[in-house]
Structures are given as structure tokens and as C-alpha cells.
Design a protein around this ligand. Structure first.
Ligand SMILES: [Cu+2]
Ligand SMILES: [Zn+2]
Length: 195
């Protein structure tokens, strides 16, 4: 019996680590002209979320990057993404003694051709449920900045303008608001399941 249970739990663990769509998410990254310039692939780890970034078209050098609190990237300034994701009320900055925000990440570096190929880690974050979830509410967003994050200045490390943004929607199948506004529901319609 004990062996049988062990067998079941091993099978369960293995099947969880492969294939569960909640454990991995791909975020498309856009610049302020609306061009897609790369992706961020998020994977659930045992003690955080890893982010594999592949980007092009950046100014060579270092750029700040953070997870912001809303799943909304309205060009050109991406202010709709809100502040840094900060469920614990911390100060900004990986080098701040009272930091950091959950969404604070180390700077990324674009090479001479403007390419970024980096893997970052968000310790303590999760793609599952909970206070530390990147999919809380309607989700969050990933924002890349013009300048590098100094790791201590408030509220965002003096990292300058928001130049790239990608939405991490809690519900990836949900269309944008404008889509639903195009087809207003019939007020006489009583069936809530179907249009
Ligand atoms: Cu930011
Ligand atoms: Zn921050």
C-alpha cells in the first residue's frame, strides 16, 4: 500500500512538472510604436519564477526591467501598467535595505546590435494562486525602461521612460476591452451563457 501511494505521488509530481499550462507563460513584448520586439517566457520554479527574455531593437547597454502591477500596456508611455508589483509594501530596489518590490529585477544588457538574451529570476513570486502571484487580479505586466535601474532610488530606480511593455493576463484567452465594446450585448438577452 505504501509503495502504491509512493508510486502515485511520483507520477503526480512528474505530471505536474511537465505540461501544466499554468506553470509556463509566454508574454509578447511591444515597443511604443506597437511593434512586437520579443518575448518573455515565464516558468514556475520551486522557489520563484524564472523569466527568459529574448528582445531586439534596444539601445545597447543596461536597461531596468520590472514586473508592474496591472496587465495593461497602453502605448506610448505605458503608464497604464501602474507601479511596480509590491504586495508587501517594500521600498524599491534590489540594493535597498528595505527593498525590494516583488517585481524588481536585475538590469538587462542589450548587446551592440540591440539584442537581449537573458534569464532572470523573481524569487518568491509564483504563477499559482496567492498574494505573491503574478496572475493576481487581472494579471500584471513586464516593463523595460530606457535607462538602468540604480537599485536604490525611489520609486523606480531612476530608470527613465518605459520603452517596452508586455501584458501577463490572468486569463490569457480574454480579449481586449475594445473587442467587447465592438459588440455590445443585447439588453433583452436573458441567456448569459451564449451570445
Ligand atoms: Cu518598471
Ligand atoms: Zn520597484
Amino acid at each position: 500500500m505504501r509503495l502504491l501511494l509512493l508510486g502515485f505521488s511520483i507520477f503526480f509530481l512528474v505530471s505536474c512538472q511537465s505540461g501544466d499550462s499554468e506553470m509556463s507563460r509566454t508574454v509578447d513584448m511591444y515597443n511604443d510604436s506597437g511593434d512586437m520586439v520579443g518575448t518573455a517566457v515565464l516558468n514556475q520554479g520551486s522557489d520563484g519564477v524564472s523569466i527568459k527574455l529574448t528582445l531586439e531593437g534596444l539601445e545597447p547597454g543596461f536597461h531596468g526591467i520590472h514586473v508592474h502591477e496591472f496587465a495593461s500596456c497602453e502605448a506610448p508611455d505605458f503608464e497604464s501598467a501602474g507601479n511596480h508589483l509590491d504586495p508587501d509594501g517594500n521600498e524599491h530596489g534590489l540594493m535597498h535595505p528595505k527593498g525590494a518590490h516583488l517585481g524588481d529585477l536585475p538590469n538587462i544588457e542589450a548587446d551592440g546590435g540591440g539584442l537581449v538574451d537573458a534569464e532572470l529570476m523573481l524569487p518568491g513570486a509564483t504563477l499559482l494562486d496567492g498574494k505573491q502571484s503574478l496572475l493576481r487580479g487581472e494579471g500584471t505586466s513586464i516593463v523595460v525602461h530606457e535607462a538602468q535601474d540604480d537599485g536604490v532610488s525611489q520609486p523606480s530606480g531612476d530608470s527613465g521612460a518605459r520603452i517596452l511593455c508586455g501584458e501577463l493576463k490572468a486569463d490569457p484567452d480574454q480579449e481586449s476591452d475594445s473587442e467587447t465594446e465592438d459588440s455590445p450585448s443585447d439588453p433583452t438577452e436573458t441567456n448569459e451563457e451564449e451570445e
